[in-house]
Design a protein around this ligand. Structure first.
Ligand code: HBI
Length: 98
């Protein structure tokens, strides 16, 4: 069972993500960010790169792609909320999005 982020963990690990455009999901212990790319191929390329990391870390996003937009929501299903894995994957996604 993956541990939920503690209060201090949230302060330290989520603050930089909020600075980078992530927000809490209304009514859910999850974070979300919408990425805009130049075109569909760029958007899908991002998803492909992110998918390899999600698989490597066995931690998968909930995401929705329309054309050049990718809407990402992260939460840890088996913890029932946010864990350190979500912060880690969010940081990686921001790096991959360039
Ligand atoms: N991804 N976001 C998320 N949350 C999980 O609990 C999770 C996952 N990917 C794989 C995974 N769990 C496996 O370890 C099994 O628990 C399904």
């Amino acid at each position: 069972m993956t541990e939920l982020l503690s209060e201090t963990g949230r302060e330290t690990m989520l603050a930089p993500l909020f600075e980078a455009g992530w927000t809490m999901v209304e009514g859910r212990d999850a974070i979300t960010k919408t990425y805009q790319f130049d075109n569909f191929v760029e958007a899908f390329g991002f998803m492909t790169r992110a998918a390899l990391w999600a698989e490597k870390w066995d931690h998968h996003p909930e995401w929705f792609n329309v054309y050049k937009t990718v809407e990402v929501t992260l939460s840890t299903h088996d913890a029932g909320g946010l864990s350190a894995l979500d912060a880690k994957l969010a940081r990686k996604m921001d790096q991959l999005a360039g």
